[in-house]
Ligand binder design. Sequence first.
Ligand SMILES: [Zn+2]
Length: 420
Amino acid sequence: MVIFRGFSASGISRTRSMDSRPTIETETLRFLLDFARSEGLSAHWDAGRNVVFSLPEHERAKHYILVGSHVDSVPRGGNYDGLAGVLAGLMCLVKARRGGEPLAQPVKVIAMRGEESAWFGPCYIGSKALLGVLSEKELGVRHKEDNSTLDAHMEAVGIDMTSVRASRPLLDRKAVAAYLEVHIEQGPVLIERNLPVAVVSGVRGNFRYKKISCFGEAGHSGAVPLAYRHDPVLAMAELLNSLDVAWHDFASKGRDLVVTSGMVSTDRAKHALSRIPDSVEFSLDVRSQDDEMLQNMHDLVLRHAERIERERNVRFDFGDVLWTKPALCHRQLIAELTRSAEALGLEPAIVASGGGHDAAVFSQAGIPTGMVFIRNRNGSHNPHEAMEIGDFEIATSVLYEFLITLQKSGANKQRKPVPC
Ligand SMILES: [Zn+2]
């Protein structure tokens, strides 16, 4: 599929998002718009000031498949997070326009703003605005540098804020038969399994505690015997170890789960090599595609904490918890994307997504959603993202195969999302 060769996103670097000043986000959208028009495609700004591309004959289609991803990134992010997916969709349109096999039904490709939370905190700003689910609280958050609200920034870039504030979708949901997103993988699974691409089963939900405190009793490390110790660090370690044991058990039964405590610290003002600390703070991030699994793990966290409090005479203060529901990909779309991969001679593989994506917002809005991951070395949200262009071509070919054969299988007729 020669048309997918020789196109690299590496010339575009991005950091800024949903910012009213002339931004790299807007410049990237303009670049793509000019590129698409130079290829004879239709390209226009939508009500959310995203850019939508299509074949000219599909510009006014009443029903269509939507393919998309985001163009913004994080500070010191890589070149491929988001943008690779936009380009995969765009390349499919270019190929169809240049005389490739015709698309089975109308396809629109969307390059969205504001998926990351780089400037404001909340993520999925662009897709949430499109689907009418951006909350008043989210619109009120302030830009980290200029302190003005997200609402003001969105208005300044020309977004239809009357609808956004009233939670009215900017996009006619009924017109979207399915949403497809190609994205670099942000974990090591495809590298480890030596696979160029995989179909995604769903985006993991999570519960997160940003700051759990555990309080015990300070003392001299050499002088206080075991029976008199109330060490919060060992209490925290016991809690995390209990979760680790449970995780191993669930994983051995094939359940989807990941557990992380990414921030751990004793009080820097007081801590010392020879001092039993009186408190420790740590974060907890538990993710799964399975809502019930998350509930079970949450119960387990609280039960173990209670037990450890009794046994060690310490106290946990959990602070606020944030819950995000899992977003499952559509079973039929998973099957169709897998079939498309097999038609190209690829080994079929289905993996869960640990990171969040715009696809989750579409899935939660009841739009059948499918995703394809591209192998990517060195993780994501750093300048060392390393997607091979050959893998990008393969992912784009899978998407194209899907788009030219979808109607024959009737996969888009089943609208209700079904757990995988
Ligand atoms: Zn992304």
